[in-house]
Design a protein around this ligand. Sequence first.
Ligand code: SIN
Length: 308
Amino acid sequence: MNLAADIAGITFPTCIMNAAGARCVTADELETIGRSRAGAIVTKSMTREARDGNPTPRYVTFPHGSINSMGLPNLGYQSYVTLIPHLKTFKKPVIASVAGFNPDEFLEIASAIDATHPHLIEINLSCPNLEGHPQIGYDFEAAAHLLNRLRKVVTCPMGTKLPPYFDPVHHDHMAAVLERCRVDFISVINSVGNGLVIDPDTDTTVITPKGGFGGLGGAIIKPVALANVRAFSLRLQGRIPIIGVGGIETGQDIYEHLLAGASAVQIGTAFVEEGEHVFDRLEQELAAVLQKKGLQSAAEAVGRLEEL
Ligand code: SIN
C-alpha cells in the first residue's frame, strides 16, 4: 500500500506525522521521531527565547479527550537553528514550527530558520494558551499582514497552522487570506481553544494555567477537525494542500481526514499517550482500511467524501 504524500512539492514517505505539540521539543524527542515510522519530523513551535512554558499541571486527559495549556515550552529558535541540519539526516521532511509574540519576532525566527533549509516552515497562528496574546488566526487582517511579511523572507514552502473556525464566513475570509498571501499548505486544526474540564472528585479545574482554560484535543474534537478540513478543501480546491489535525486515534480516523480533503495528517494526543509506536499502528490500520475500500494509495482517498 502506498501511504506517501506530497505537500507543496515535498514527498513524505508516509502521510502520518506528529503534530507540533508535545514530545517534539528536545533533541532526544526529535531524534526519536526521526527514528520512528513518522512521515516527517515536526518541531515544537519555537519562540525567540527558550521557554519553560506554563505552570503544571498543564496537560491532562479525560474520557475521549485531553486539555492542555503548555504555553509553548521550547528551546528557543537558536537551538533549532543548530538542530535542523542534524534532523535532516533522518531522510524525511523536517517541518519547523514557528511562533512569535509579535510580527517582528515571527520574522526574525522564520528568517533564521529558513537559512537552515528545513523542508517546510509551519507558522503557528493558533496557540490558545498564551495569556494576553489572542490567537492571530482569529484576526484576519493581522494574519494577512503577518503572512505577507513572512512570505517575503521565507524561501522554503511556508504553511500555517490554523485554529478551528465555526462559521462558514470565517472559512471564506481565511481561505481568501491564504490565497492572497501565497501560503503553500495549511495544518488544521490546532486544539479547540479555551475549553474547561472539571475534576468531579475535587470540584476544581484540572489544569493550573489561565484559571483552568485550555486547548482541547483527542477524539472529542474530531468532528470539528473534519469540518474544518472539509470547509477549506471545498474553498481551496487542491490549490493549497491540507494537513488534517485533530481527533485521530485510529486508521479509520485518518481515512476520514483524507476523505474530507487532507493530504496528510498530524497526530497530537494519541502520540503523547502512546509514544512513537503510534505511527506503526496507525500506518497498519490505515493500510487495512484503504485495502478494504479497494484503494491502492492514501492519495486516492483525498477529497473523495460524498454528500448525501
Ligand atoms: C502550547 O504549547 O500551549 C500548545 C501549542 C499550541 O497550541 O500551538
